[in-house]
Design a binder for this molecule. Sequence first.
Ligand code: ARG
Length: 463
Amino acid sequence: MSDTSSNQMWGGRFAAGPDAIMEAINASIGFDKRLAAQDIAGSRAHAAMLAATGILSDSDAKAIREGLLTVLSEIEDGSFEFSTALEDIHMNVEARLKELIGDAAGRLHTGRSRNDQVATDFRLWVRDQLDAADAGLVALIRALLAQAEAGADWVMPGFTHLQTAQPVTWGHHMMAYVEMFGRDLSRVRDARARMNESPLGAAALAGTGFPVDREMTAQALGFDRPMANSLDAVSARDFALEFLSVASISAMHLSRFAEELVIWSSAQFRFVTLSDRFSTGSSIMPQKKNPDAAELIRAKIGRIFGANVALMMVMKGLPLAYSKDMQEDKEQVFDAADNWMLALAAMEGMVRDMSANTSALEAAAAAGFSTATDLADWLVRETGLPFREAHHVTGSLVAMAERKGCDLSELTLEEMVSVKDTITNDVFDVLGVHNSVASRTSYGGTAPARVRQQVARWKEILE
Ligand code: ARG
């Protein structure tokens, strides 16, 4: 067929082929070729069902199902020739099937439309990505658990406003991210459960008069059930939006952690050393070791959240059922998925490889009067002062230490007593950072014993 003739799949009523610009704006094969495996799985399930229900002869179904495997192997080995004139993956596959098996190929599209076909393919593709994200998150959580276990009692500064607040343990800080990525994991699983329904058999929008068995195709493709409304089945993209929302939230978590790694690996902090495997050098400054992986992870949220916004804008205001606007769903989701998976894997690698500089962490933990709250708590506990008053007394002691240029623990007992005469030598016990973290034994607190409990709990969850 020459380029000026009408489309062989739908061109019956057309006298002329599309303008080159029309072809360019219309074609999705440049990107939806990534749906090839899902498209062929969907078509094979559909053909088997057409035969089982007597809509198609067994011999045609067999030829179609085998021919489709040949097409898949051609796509996988790179010998398949994709054609822009054939618009999309669905018509590229079907046209090649016709070359391979002849007219029987034309019976495959019975009781089906590209609308339920693409919705099915895309659901299968997104479902695979949710499974990949599940695995990526579990691997990252395991890497964090290993860090938390190793450093359950290493002390470091805990921050609010990025100002030293109270000492915490390294393990506790790692476990905070375990909680975040754990919620991401649960969102991934929720999304998967919700989206795992089959659009196939909804046909163009209204269902079909052929006696199709939608339960059968749903089951063959691993869906829990067929979608209950054909209009919804072909026009819903909330499963893709939910994927992008979950990905966005997870990318936000990755970005926050990445930012901490950028700060922590700086010469000013020196909290961690990132491995050479996840760092780069500078072409002009020989001393530099840059945390590029962390920086790029920090940035990935931009395109992932951008995809979420872009698809939301595409979908808003679309009347039921299918509109071609919806072809714009794929590139956003493909790009977001690729980058989310990459960010998860890079973060896992960085976390596995990084080493904490425990002496720098400990020195920083003690700086900035980080145990001032412990002192105030001690005054409440041991001398019966109301907390507000204890807060005030401690403030005076901090001011005194600041004037002297020393830490709270370096004030003498006499100096302390000059501010509050009920203070005794015992106070020095709570001014040490190790005592401070060990005392925070409330559920969810930073005490090493609590951190170890949480590590054990998560290991059990991941069993
Ligand atoms: N390439 C199209 C898409 O991605 C497939 C569905 C086309 N349906 C149609 N009625 N033109 O959405």
